[in-house]
Design a protein around this ligand. Structure first.
Ligand code: HEC
Ligand code: HEC
Length: 339
């Protein structure tokens, strides 16, 4: 006899999970047991480091072309994403995967769709040296920064020495990213007891989101980011995108097509959806999730209710004063956008 397929096994485990969670929710006093928690605002303990990280975040000189910064693909005016199916990198290269939002990414268990970076600091070194993204190298990035007296001064002020290595660069960028959280979403106000913060339709959407089992994967303050889960649990997901997901990191074939569950915070702003950017709208994404993760076909009304709920998750966007970057010096290597 054929072995049970991995997706069936997953489904069985998931159903058990959903049942016990439903039982738990029924028994629990209202809000204390909600599977979603409000976002807490982190305390900034090192403001000078955050300020330096912000400059680096916006500095296109960390790329070979002198044109691409972190903000190019994680635009903080657009929910920390680029709103493209897949990103555009050095020399207009087509990126392999959809750019996830950086908002609230400090709350995720790991970084990237497949979780290959353990935290923000480890992640931040990636794009600078990625030939398909900023196409620079860590050495060139450090040389660039060392050639600019104002940067040298600022790194020394923040780190207390003037080594200026890639380690300080990624550490400052991570400190800035940790401030990119979005509190005070209307749904958070509701969670905290303001009954009028969401409408009757939005509340119906939340009840459906909870009752149908979406919260088995999209839970916690980030409504996601807590685990890796199979894309296409009940029904296979069809895509031309070659990304394998978690198995590419662990080498474990059972984790093939498992992706980090994305956050649903600010999801209204971060279209298109899924790792391949294939869903243009929230209605499409919700329909797909219902069918392939839960084996459920939502009616138009149910779909609209869930979408209405998801839009209550848009929080206060980080208020950012554009940093003025220190000018290059005569020694700074010039960018090479075209060769
Ligand atoms: C050319 C576009 C591009 C640039 C430039 C870029 N990123 Fe990204 N970023 C992406 C894409 C695409 C992913 C997803 C890659 C994956 O998961 O394999 C990503 C993933 C991330 C993540 C993980 C988020 C999560 O929830 O998993 C963080 C954090 C991040 N980038 C920060 C940065 C920082 C910091 C910089 C600048 C040093 C930067 N990015 C530059 C496109 C870009
Ligand atoms: C078994 C776990 C699981 C369940 C159940 C689940 N999701 Fe997901 N969800 C995921 C994963 C994993 C992804 C990312 C998959 C990918 O892009 O390949 C995702 C992606 C999404 C996205 C796109 C987010 C983005 O930024 O790309 C939305 C929206 C979403 N889910 C909503 C829902 C809703 C609504 C439900 C309930 C109807 C639901 N999900 C049920 C695991 C789950």
């Amino acid at each position: 006899m054929k072995q049970k397929s991995p997706s069936l096994r997953h489904a069985a485990r998931f159903v058990l999970g959903a049942v016990s969670m439903a039982a738990l929710l029924a028994a629990a006093p209202a809000r204390a047991q909600e599977p979603v928690q409000p976002i807490a605002v982190p305390k900034v303990t090192e403001p000078a480091k955050v300020e330096l990280g912000k400059k680096l975040w916006f500095d296109p000189r960390l790329s070979r072309s002198g044109f691409i910064s972190c903000n190019s693909c994680h635009n903080l005016s657009m929910g920390g994403s680029d709103n493209l199916k897949t990103s555009i990198g050095d020399k207009w290269q087509k990126g392999p995967i959809n750019s996830p939002t950086v908002l609230n990414s400090s709350l995720n268990v790991a970084q990237f769709w497949d979780g290959r970076a353990k935290d923000l600091k480890e992640q931040a070194g990636g794009p600078i040296a990625n030939p398909g993204e900023m196409a620079f190298s860590h050495d060139l990035a450090v040389d660039m920064l060392r050639s600019i007296p104002q940067y040298v001064h600022e790194f020394k002020k923040v780190f207390g020495h003037d080594k200026l290595t890639i380690d300080e660069v990624t550490s400052a960028i991570a400190a800035f990213e940790e401030t990119l959280v979005t509190p005070n979403a209307r749904f958070d106000k509701w969670l905290k007891g303001d009954k009028k913060a969401i409408t009757a339709q939005e509340l119906r959407g939340y009840e459906l989101f909870k009752g149908s089992g979406c919260v088995a994967c999209h839970n916690g303050p980030n409504l996601g980011g807590t685990s890796f889960q199979k894309m296409g649990l009940v029904e296979a997901y069809k895509t031309d995108n070659p990304a394998e997901g978690r198995s590419a990191v662990t080498g474990n074939d059972a984790e093939r097509f498992n992706f980090k569950v994305p956050t649903l915070r600010n999801v209204e702003l971060t279209y298109p959806y899924f790792h391949d950017g294939a869903a243009d709208t929230l209605a499409q994404a919700v329909d797909t999730m219902g069918r392939i993760q839960l084996g459920k076909k939502f009616t138009d009304q149910e779909n609209a209710d869930i979408v209405a709920f998801l839009k209550t998750l848009t929080g206060d966007q980080p208020q950012i004063a554009m940093p003025i970057l220190p000018p290059s010096s005569d020694k700074t290597k010039r960018p090479q956008p075209f060769d």
